[in-house]
Design a protein around this ligand. Structure first.
Ligand SMILES: C[S@@+](CC[C@H](N)C(=O)[O-])C[C@H]1O[C@@H](n2cnc3c(N)ncnc32)[C@H](O)[C@@H]1O
Length: 205
């Protein structure tokens, strides 16, 4: 079994990510909304996606399990409209998500403990307003980090099962040999996801 202490690594990760542009899944999901609403950036890190959401007129709740991530976000010199931002330091197993138009979780949910993932996903689904969307990544079972017992990885069939109550607008599976943000060789197996919670009328209710 592989053990990697990720808590020691986030600081280095935030250094590398400083100043990087928003994730493609965030940009793609934003194109699907006519007007800005309320978004949760779950596992926001140093805030590359939060900043873009604020820039585009969204109200944002940025949540991360490490205090350093939230501190770095709040200290950003390019933080637009801080009056539309609320923050929380909360782990995935403790977090209480309010009702939202968008839940964005870029490269974050795989770091949830497997035992806590089902409740977290259920909460994501329940917190989205009808017509609201989830955007982000899940990691696949052939990813190098699938051997880490504290991470959550999914087969394609499991991902499809998680999305069964959604209208899937993007499900892009990617596999590549590349490096991590910390420049370590890694086999990546990713699912890039945009999924819309149906409105009651779409469900025939
Ligand atoms: C790979 S980073 C992604 C950050 C950002 N969303 C991005 O796209 O660069 C994962 C983030 O999830 C956070 N995280 C990891 N495990 C967590 C947990 N159990 N609860 C809450 N946040 C967690 C980390 O602190 C980190 O900031």
């Amino acid at each position: 079994m592989v053990t990697l202490n990720f808590s020691d690594r986030w600081s280095q990760y935030y250094d590398v990510m400083a100043g990087t542009p928003p994730r493609d899944t965030l940009l793609a999901v934003l194109e699907r909304f006519g007007t800005p609403g309320f978004a949760i950036d779950l596992g926001c890190g140093e805030g590359r996606d939060t900043v873009e959401l604020l820039r585009r007129g969204w109200q944002v709740m940025a949540i991360d399990g490490t205090e350093e991530a939230i501190a770095r976000l709040l200290q950003r010199e390019d933080l637009p409209h801080p009056e539309r931002l609320t923050t929380q330091v909360a782990r995935f197993d403790q977090v209480q998500l309010p009702s939202a138009d968008l839940i964005n979780a870029s490269y974050a949910l795989p770091f949830c403990f497997p035992a806590d993932f089902p409740a977290l996903w259920q909460q994501i689904e329940a917190s989205l307003k009808p017509g609201g969307r989830f955007a982000g990544q899940l990691f696949g079972d052939r990813d190098t980090w699938a051997a880490i017992a504290t991470h959550t990885h999914h087969t394609r069939a499991q991902v499809e099962a998680l999305l069964q109550n959604f209208e899937v607008e993007l499900l892009d599976e990617e596999e590549k040999d590349a490096v991590t943000a910390l420049n370590e060789a890694k086999h990546w197996h990713l699912f890039h996801i945009i999924a819309r919670k149906p409105t009651d009328s779409a469900k025939g209710i």
